[in-house]
Structure formats: structure tokens, C-alpha cells
Ligand binder design. Sequence first.
Ligand SMILES: [Zn+2]
Length: 77
Amino acid sequence: MSESGSNGVKDRTTGQFRCLYCFTRVKPPRGAETFTCENCGYAWRIWWFSPTEPRIRGPVWDQHEKLSREKMKKQGD
Ligand SMILES: [Zn+2]
């Protein structure tokens, strides 16, 4: 918690966010709505707090849902 508490110091690592899965700092392309972590391969939904500050909205469940739905469809038919 000490990291988020030190808001007085300006963070120079703009454009980056920390993957909530493997805690690696990653830098998505500016304006990207989703980004797949290069380290663990986990896909995240992104929103931009400012043009240079990406924030994680949550995991990209759609991808997983779609995949499993298609799988089930194939099995069901
Ligand atoms: Zn990761």
C-alpha cells in the first residue's frame, strides 16, 4: 500500500500500467482499448484516465466467453 500512498511524487512512467495478473509493467499503444500482457498473455480492458495514463478496467472476459461459447456450440450440434 506504500506505493499508492506516495502520490506526492510525480510518476514519470506515464503510459504504463501494471498487469494485475503478473505485476509486470506494460506499455500499451496509446488509445488502445485492450491490451494483452506480453509477460503472462492475460488480456485487459483499458480506459484512459488521460491521453497518457492508461488504467485497467478489468479482464477481457468477452474473449474467453466467445471462445467457450463457440466451443459449446460445436459440441452441442
Ligand atoms: Zn501479465
